[in-house]
Design a binder for this molecule. Structure first.
Ligand SMILES: Cc1cc2nc3c(=O)[nH]c(=O)nc-3n(C[C@H](O)[C@H](O)[C@H](O)COP(=O)(O)O)c2cc1C
Length: 357
């Protein structure tokens, strides 16, 4: 019998968070359906305006906040009582307004990665019931956040996601040269972080494992190794409900294990993606002579010096179906996708067939 997961004031029937996937891979539809099935559904903030109809080429930041709230509304239409939250990357230029928009849109959980969300409790102080969940890859990062939050805001994270750089999709919180060396131990990190909260503060903070969880055996393994739940992203791409184009989903179905690898993002972080088209991604920007138009990231080598490629538009192209010149982020397990399924079928497989319809 799978135990429910409590994150702050919010309880979900199954200990599963659907990982935030930026640039409208996880928007309102996917998040709503995951929440309806009894998990935490996350709308990801990054680049959500681009394929929303709200961006007119000039109003990026305003459209981001509006599109973000519109997708939260969509998710709540699907699952009015569901636990619906957001993923906001700390590296985004508009991190603070997006956190504000998330609160206005009724997000119950705010998950933050790609940087340490040191000031997050201050931004959400007027809504103490909103659960705050940092994503980290090391004990040290969890300690830095917890000590700062306790000292400055008298609160601790409501849960911590431990993301495994060796398997997770998208941007990774580890140096390129340290990934895939076999030295990183995801579940040792999970246990160290649990112990840290117990020893230092006497509390049981739920620790969630992210990266490489695909099927029921992976889920059970994560719990047996000490995690309180899992965050899964790549597995939800090939669902009817995922907000990406059919072509994006098809790339997952067609890709081979060897096609998945690491790229250096202009954000200065490594990222995991399907790797057959890197030159075309760069060539697209060269051909179009497009300088950075949106300034979506605080730090970006494309914005600063035209180096590499514009990541948000590359991800957006793929989301819309141009997988020739677009960037397809994915975790190491994406090659396992062999058909389009439904969110409900994934829940049935993971937790038995007695899940909510
Ligand atoms: C297409 C894609 C986009 C992602 N976008 C984001 C994002 O915007 N913010 C974030 O914190 N993590 C992002 N991630 C990471 C996931 O939320 C998740 O933690 C990770 O992929 C888990 O590993 P899995 O894909 O093996 O389940 C993304 C992952 C994928 C596959």
């Amino acid at each position: 019998m799978t135990e429910p997961l409590k994150i702050g004031k919010h309880v979900v029937r199954y200990p599963l968070i659907q990982g935030g996937m930026g640039v409208r891979i996880s928007a309102g539809r996917l998040a709503g359906h995951v929440a309806k099935c009894g998990g935490v559904g996350l709308v990801a903030a990054a680049g959500i305006a681009l394929n929303s109809g709200l961006y007119n080429g000039k109003n990026f930041f305003q459209a981001e906040a509006e599109a973000f709230k519109a997708e939260l509304r969509k998710a709540y239409e699907i699952a009015p009582d569901g636990v619906i939250g957001v993923n906001v990357m700390v590296a985004l230029s508009d991190f603070e307004p997006l956190v504000k928009a998330a609160i206005e849109g009724g997000a119950k959980v705010i998950v933050c990665g790609a940087g340490l969300p040191m000031g997050l409790p201050e931004l959400t102080a007027s809504h103490p019931d909103v659960a705050l969940v940092p994503i980290v890859s090391s004990l040290r990062a969890a300690q830095l956040i917890a000590r700062k939050w306790r000292k400055s805001y008298q609160r601790l994270p409501d849960a911590v996601v431990v993301e495994d750089p060796d398997t997770a999709g998208g941007h990774l919180g580890e140096k390129m040269e340290n990934i895939g060396t076999g030295e990183y131990d995801q579940y040792a990190t999970v246990r160290e972080i649990k112990e840290f909260f117990r020893d230092e503060y006497g509390v049981a903070v739920p620790v969630i494992a992210a990266g490489g969880v695909w099927d029921r055996a992976d889920f059970e393994h994560a719990l047996a190794e000490g995690a309180d739940g899992v965050q899964m992203a790549s597995r939800f791409v090939c669902t009817v409900e995922c907000d990406a184009s059919d072509e994006f989903k098809q790339r997952y179905i067609e890709c081979a294990k060897e096609d998945i690898g690491l790229i250096m993002s202009p954000a200065g972080l490594p990222g995991r993606a399907i790797l057959n088209n890197q030159e075309k991604i760069r060539q697209y920007d060269l051909d179009k002579h497009t300088p950075c138009r949106m300034g979506c990231l605080k730090k970006c080598s494309y914005k600063e010096s035209g180096e590499r490629f514009c990541i948000v538009t590359a991800l957006d192209r793929a989301q819309r179906g141009d997988v020739e010149t677009g960037l397809v982020f994915c975790g190491t397990n994406a090659w396992k996708a062999d058909r389009i399924t439904t969110v409900q079928a994934i829940f049935d497989e993971l937790f038995g067939s007695a899940t909510e319809k």
